[in-house]
Ligand binder design. Structure first.
Ligand SMILES: *[C@@H]1O[C@H](CO)[C@@H](O)[C@H](O)[C@H]1NC(C)=O
Length: 340
């Protein structure tokens, strides 16, 4: 410490002298003369930075291990953020899901009208059976055409069993004993029954409840895994296609409404697996393509899978009128530029 102060004092004295004669010094001389001072300063800044880093690391460690410290740190961080507002408006970031755009997460939405050329001539959904991955790619997916495969679910346990009830989809959320640790909650839950999500899902099991619909995204990993027992990789997908990244549950009983409900599907390859009953759907061109492409309306029936890529289409659905409609919708991240 003492030594450094001495060096700085000496350097300063030297600098004073130099400054009195700056006119007869070249730039190189100046740099040479200032070198000790600059070096000392750099060392000082570096030490401060290291100290600060260590302090932050220790504070974070303590904070993550103690609830009280966490609370204080949160408070301090909040105040700091508020004070920061006049210089930097961070509020838009608050609502963003990712700080940086991740090109692998959601597909870039159609960005140029040229992309709408894929859907301009599509006005219906074909039904196919006994198909193959190559056929599906060539005839449908590569030109953004939706397709219904009619024979892919026949052997699935959920289709062969006569014991598939609404509980099978809700029990991950409602059964107390199954919960280890945190209780999962459904995401993006929508229903005509007004209640808190867990209470709502419990009520769906009541056989006296009639005229209702509900759909939700299984955003919790344990719930998502539990739902995998009801669907499998259909035979028409190559093994190079990743397993579904997200799944939605769509249930209804004796429900009929004029309006279609939009599902916010993002990940690319969408498959609607109709386990029971039916689902009327509408594929609506994304806003960029709405002038060039037309809306398609169809119904996916029990045992059928609707397959499409979500780059150009938004999915809107309306429940079948039957007493039991159950569908699982999966989303799989899809890179159109990779040849699978
Ligand atoms: C649905 O749940 C019941 C009771 O928990 C179970 O016996 C049945 O096997 C489940 N159905 C399917 C298809 O998994």
């Amino acid at each position: 410490m003492e030594e450094r102060k001495k060096v700085i004092a000496e350097a300063e004295a030297e600098l004073d002298q130099i400054l009195q004669h700056t006119s007869d010094l070249s730039e190189a001389d100046l740099a040479l003369a200032c070198a000790p001072l600059l070096a000392a300063h750099r060392q000082y800044v570096l030490r401060r930075a290291v100290l600060l880093l260590v302090a932050v690391a220790v504070a974070t460690l303590i904070a993550t291990n103690s609830a009280t410290a966490k609370l204080h740190l949160h408070a301090v961080a909040r105040v700091a953020l508020v004070k920061l507002l006049p210089w930097w408006d961070w509020r838009p970031l608050h609502r963003q899901r990712c700080l940086l755009p991740n090109p692998h997460f959601s597909p870039p939405p159609a960005s140029s009208k040229d992309e709408c050329l894929s859907c301009e001539a599509i006005d219906r959904v074909d039904r196919v059976a006994d198909t193959s991955y190559q056929q599906l790619l060539d005839r449908f997916l590569q030109r953004d055409a939706p397709v219904i495969v009619t024979d892919a679910m026949d052997s699935w346990p959920a289709m062969r069993s006569d014991k598939l009830w609404f509980d099978n989809f809700t029990q991950v959320y409602t059964e107390e004993k199954k919960l280890k640790g945190k209780k999962p909650r459904p995401c993006a839950l929508s229903s005509n029954i007004r209640a808190d999500s867990t209470i709502l899902l419990k009520r769906l099991n009541n056989p006296r409840l009639d005229h209702w619909f509900a759909h939700w995204l299984n955003c919790d990993a344990s719930a998502m895994k539990a739902m995998r027992q009801f669907y499998q990789r259909p035979y028409f997908l190559a093994s190079s296609v990743a397993p579904a990244h997200f799944n939605w549950i769509v249930l209804s009983s004796n429900y009929w409404a004029k309006s279609y409900k939009k599902l916010r599907l993002e990940a690319g390859l969408i498959m609607v697996h109709q386990l029971r009953g039916s689902t009327h759907f509408r594929l609506v061109p994304v806003p960029l393509c709405e002038e060039m492409c037309t809306e398609i309306t169809e119904t996916v029936r029990e045992g059928e899978i609707l397959v499409f890529l979500s780059f150009l289409w938004d999915l809107h659905y309306s429940s079948g009128r039957g007493a039991e409609n159950m569908a699982i919708i999966t989303e799989t991240i899809w890179d159109t530029f990779t040849v699978y």
